[in-house]
Design a protein around this ligand. Structure first.
Ligand SMILES: NC(=O)c1ccc[n+]([C@@H]2O[C@H](COP(=O)([O-])OP(=O)(O)OC[C@H]3O[C@@H](n4cnc5c(N)ncnc54)[C@H](OP(=O)(O)O)[C@@H]3O)[C@@H](O)[C@H]2O)c1
Length: 318
């Protein structure tokens, strides 16, 4: 299906005139560095133009390499792709924000970022150790900085011109509202876990009212089974409309007005996950009536990722 209703091409306006975010996003939380390059390349080839990165994923260099190679090949300009990365918890002190941003930009090999997010609202002990722990293995939090302090430093990045928009991740409505109210530069995007088992309807409504883009991660429920991919309602709709369960979940996410991040790691899955088309209203209603509720990622309660790359980037991340 082509034309303005083509979900694959949908772009969502960012507030304060900061451009448009392609609704379909490719997440780069990929533990293996070589696979990061091939998967990013395959995603570009399939049609993805929105790339979600993070300093914590330990692979910005590889994502950058794949993006640079595609831009150098011609046919896609820097303005034709949307790149996000995220400030990690150990960099929340205001004086650490700009250096962390510049280091990410450098690793990605880019001159500007479309979006910079505070990865979680939890400040960890400042420093180079991304996972600071005490002798008992407990995370060392930093109580000397507030989220608003960090947000103000993020606002300066927008003023300096190398960052088009800023936002937050792994945040609930209760923590988002005070930031929204005090912010000089309003959050453009909120990235949170969302799928039919965790629709986050109240947060989505707030985002719609205030013009914040709601960006869903884990739209396929992190691929966990059992999970949304195996839900009988999703399987039934997939059979009925001739699409795969993954395509049904991704279409639902876009049609309810969110942007999304998915992480296909093969060329075939990249094509599958990009090739979505609109579901009929009755299918959307059926998905909205699913009663199962499940949060799959605990990062929102502690700031500690469920799965994180080790220092050498060889393990899982968040
Ligand atoms: N802000 C945060 O704290 C946070 C947390 C988590 C993720 N994220 C972001 O969100 C991105 C998305 O990650 P996610 O895990 O949430 O993505 P997801 O798309 O919900 O799940 C990825 C999983 O689904 C499987 N999968 C992908 N396509 C499939 C298909 N067509 N059919 C069946 N299974 C399929 C993958 O399996 P294979 O691996 O076998 O291909 C993988 O295990 C991340 O890369 C990251 O950028 C952010």
């Amino acid at each position: 299906m082509n034309g303005p209703s083509d979900l694959r091409m949908k772009r969502i306006p960012l507030n304060q005139g900061a451009g448009y975010m392609p609704a379909l996003g490719f997440g780069t939380l990929i533990p293996d560095r070589a696979e990061t390059i091939t998967a990013t390349r395959d995603a570009l080839e399939a049609g993805f133009r929105h790339f979600d990165c993070a300093e914590r994923y330990g692979n910005e260099t590889e994502v950058g390499r794949a993006l640079q190679a595609r831009l150098a090949a011609g046919g896609i300009a820097r303005e034709g792709i949307f790149v996000t990365t995220k400030l990690w918890n150990s960099n929340h002190r205001p004086e650490r924000v700009e250096p962390a941003f510049e280091a990410s930009l450098d690793r990605l090999g880019l001159k500007y970022l479309d979006l910079y997010l505070i990865h979680t609202p939890f400040a960890f002990q400042p420093g180079d150790d991304q996972d600071p722990r005490d002798q008992n293995g407990n995370v060392i939090y930093d109580h000397g900085v507030t989220l608003l302090d960090t947000w103000k430093a993020m606002e300066s990045l927008v003023n300096h011109g190398k960052c088009r928009a800023i936002g937050l991740s792994d945040i609930g409505l209760k923590e988002l509202k005070p930031i929204y109210e005090s912010a000089r530069v309003k959050p453009a995007v909120v990235q949170v876990e969302a799928h039919p088992y965790l629709p986050e309807t109240e947060l989505l409504e707030f985002c719609k009212e205030t013009g914040i883009v709601f960006l869903a991660f884990a739209p396929l429920g992190h691929g966990m089974r059992p999970g949304p991919l195996e839900d009988p309602v999703i399987l039934g709709i997939a059979a009925r409309v001739g699409k795969t369960p993954a395509q049904v979940l991704l279409a639902w996410a876009v049609q309810r007005g969110t942007a999304l991040l998915t992480t296909p790691r093969s060329a075939a899955r990249a094509q599958e996950n990009f090739d979505i088309s609109a579901l009929p209203e009755d299918a959307l209603d059926e998905i909205n009536r699913i009663q199962t509720r499940q949060r799959l990622n605990r990062v929102v309660t502690t700031g500690v990722p469920g799965f994180i790359p080790k220092a050498r980037g060889a393990e899982q991340g968040n």
